[in-house]
Write a protein that binds this ligand. Structure first.
Ligand code: SF4
Length: 281
């Protein structure tokens, strides 16, 4: 298994046919400056598949592009699934190529989480099983386009990957940041809860189960989130200024990029501090 953050688990726009800039739709109501339909190339996509406004995405209103992470699906679809032949050279392949991207992205995201789980010291008893499921999932990503398009990713996630990640998280959350054992100090089971706009200023959320929680624009300033499980949590616009996110589980770069923070937000070694937050003290 590759380590978390390995090149094959991160988007590499230079090795991709600009797939997310064509395949995916966006709209003004989602915070983009205009509407774009799925399968329609963005007007800023260059002939070499680079982005003409890459350095100024946020000021131009493309925060959604700045926070998107394909987990390596773009280059895998471009180079492996479609053998390096792009949709401009072979327009007939375009519909399949664009349809494959979201399928591959979901699978690559699962690989990312499995690699993260493998790196948790407390998950050591699960290493063999994590490697087996990683291999199983990776094999799915290497299938041809027709097979990918009928792959039941939701079932694979629900029946194979999610239970294993939950076990890894339980093991990790069972070791509290203060070294004592137990379910963690997080008092609330907030899994999947809609906490949009909620006020958690200075809250003790250590070890909390926040899997899939909607924390859009939540006030988490100064909150202690050490050891909290944030897999799939929606942190768009959440204010993490001064919050402690060291040892959080399954925190992704796009979650951080979509949130607000400042130089006092304490982060794990990975992901990296978003440039628009400012620098650490
Ligand atoms: S603005 Fe740039 S990154 Fe966003 S969709 Fe358009 S070309 Fe792609």
């Amino acid at each position: 298994m590759p380590p978390p953050g390995a090149p094959e688990l991160r988007g590499d726009c230079a090795d991709c046919f600009g797939l997310c800039c064509v395949a995916l739709s966006f709209s003004a109501v989602e915070g983009f400056p205009s509407d774009k339909g799925a399968g329609e190339p963005c007007g800023h996509l260059r002939d070499d598949f680079g982005c003409a406004v890459h350095r100024e995405l946020r000021p131009r209103g493309y925060a959604g592009c700045a926070t998107y992470d394909c987990f390596g699906a773009g280059q895998k679809a471009s180079r492996h699934t479609f053998g390096g032949v792009d949709w401009r050279q072979e327009p007939a392949t375009a519909p399949a190529m664009f349809a494959v991207l979201p399928v591959l992205r979901q699978l690559q995201e699962l690989l990312h989480y499995l690699a993260e789980a493998r790196a948790l010291p407390a998950a050591h008893p699960l290493h063999t099983e994590l490697a087996r499921v990683y291999g199983l999932t990776e094999r799915l990503t290497l299938a041809d386009a027709d097979t990918l398009l009928v792959t039941d990713v939701a079932r694979h996630r629900a029946e194979v990957v999610a239970p294993l990640l939950a076990r890894a998280a339980e093991l990790a959350r069972g070791t509290r940041p203060d070294g004592r054992t137990g379910r963690g100090a997080g008092p609330r089971r907030l899994r999947g809860a809609d906490l949009s706009g909620a006020r958690f200023t200075g809250a003790d959320l250590r070890g909390a189960d926040l899997r899939g929680a909607r924390l859009i624009a939540a006030d988490l300033r100064g909150a202690d989130l050490r050891g909290a499980d944030l897999i799939g949590a929606d942190l768009r616009g959440a204010d993490l200024a001064g919050a402690d996110l060291r040892d959080t589980l399954f925190l992704t770069q796009s979650q951080l990029d979509a949130a607000k923070g400042d130089s006092t937000t304490a982060l794990p070694p990975r992901p990296v501090r978003p440039a628009h937050w400012g620098t650490a003290p």
